[in-house]
Design a protein around this ligand. Structure first.
Ligand code: NAP
Length: 250
């Protein structure tokens, strides 16, 4: 059996082109990072896994998206603020809202509605709270004062229904930034189209979650490798990172 080398490969790639959404309709992409031994966090956060090239790609993927879906656990752990316009976006958002909208998934609505994620969002991309229909009424009122609210599903968010609502409201290109609990549920609901996985050249061990953290899927989700990229020579210290784009086999 022969194998094929993915790198080194001299051909340069523009990430904005390599990661262009493949269709104008609803498409759910996730972007996650893991250590070589599969940890989604180092000391409780993902930041220690990344590097300059990963941060650049993170930004480009945001620029390409209509909305960023993220779990309340990640918002609380990482102190998520609103997306801010970035130099890497260039003309990516021409004719679109200033930034993608931040969509925070929460059942409890235990969120700080006075935090920048709510108070400093771009006026044309207000933060959205995605929750269950039977969420606490007082907290729902507080959420509605500071954000758009979408309810879908009882007891917990029904992701396919929620994503269909976002698409119908003009936000079909979704970017899920985790965390692992949300991503496991999105995948279990059959709603994930694509996983962009950065493999970080580090080993962590310990009890860190994987990029999907939840019950075993009823049936393993089979993926096709769409591409594997490496940072170009302008970032030689980043060459150990792999940027893998997997698309769900239908
Ligand atoms: N490696 C990576 O790429 C990456 C990416 C993101 C985050 N992280 C790390 O992952 C950790 C946080 O991830 P996590 O898995 O603990 O949390 P998470 O997935 O970000 O958020 C979990 C929370 O989302 C809400 N939620 C999840 N499913 C729901 C549903 N179906 N309906 C309603 N609400 C739902 C709940 O919020 P309530 O509790 O408010 O009800 C739940 O507690 C942090 O350490 C962060 O640094 C790593």
């Amino acid at each position: 059996m022969l194998m094929r080398r993915l790198s080194p490969d001299e051909s340069p790639v523009d990430p904005a082109e390599a990661y262009a959404y493949p269709s104008p309709g609803l498409w759910v992409r996730a972007n996650m990072i893991a250590s070589v031994d599969g940890a989604a966090t180092l000391e409780g956060r993902s930041g220690g896994l990344g590097g300059a090239a990963d941060r650049h790609l993170f930004s480009v993927l945001r620029g390409l998206a209509d909305a960023i879906v993220v779990g309340a656990g990640t918002v609380r752990a990482e102190g998520y603020g609103p997306p801010r316009p970035a130099p890497a976006w260039g003309s990516l958002r021409a004719g679109r809202s200033t930034t993608p909208a931040l969509v925070i998934v929460s059942r409890s609505l235990d969120l700080d509605f006075g935090a920048p994620a709510f108070t400093e969002a771009a006026p044309d991309a207000p933060t959205v709270v995605l929750t269950a229909e039977d969420a606490d009424p007082d907290r729902l009122r507080a959420a509605r004062d500071r954000a758009e609210v979408i309810t879908a599903g009882r007891d917990r968010v029904d992701f396919p229904a929620a994503f269909a609502r976002l698409a119908a409201a003009g936000r079909p290109r979704l970017l899920c930034e985790g965390g692992p609990a949300v991503l496991a549920q999105v995948t279990a609901a059959g709603a994930l189209d694509e996983l962009c996985l950065t493999l970080s050249p580090v080993l962590g061990a310990g009890p860190a979650p994987r990029v999907l953290d939840g019950a075993p899927l009823p049936k393993p989700e089979e993926l096709r490798l769409a591409h594997a990229l490496q940072a170009a020579e302008d970032l030689p210290e980043e060459e150990g990172f792999l940027f893998l784009r997997y698309v769900r086999r239908r």
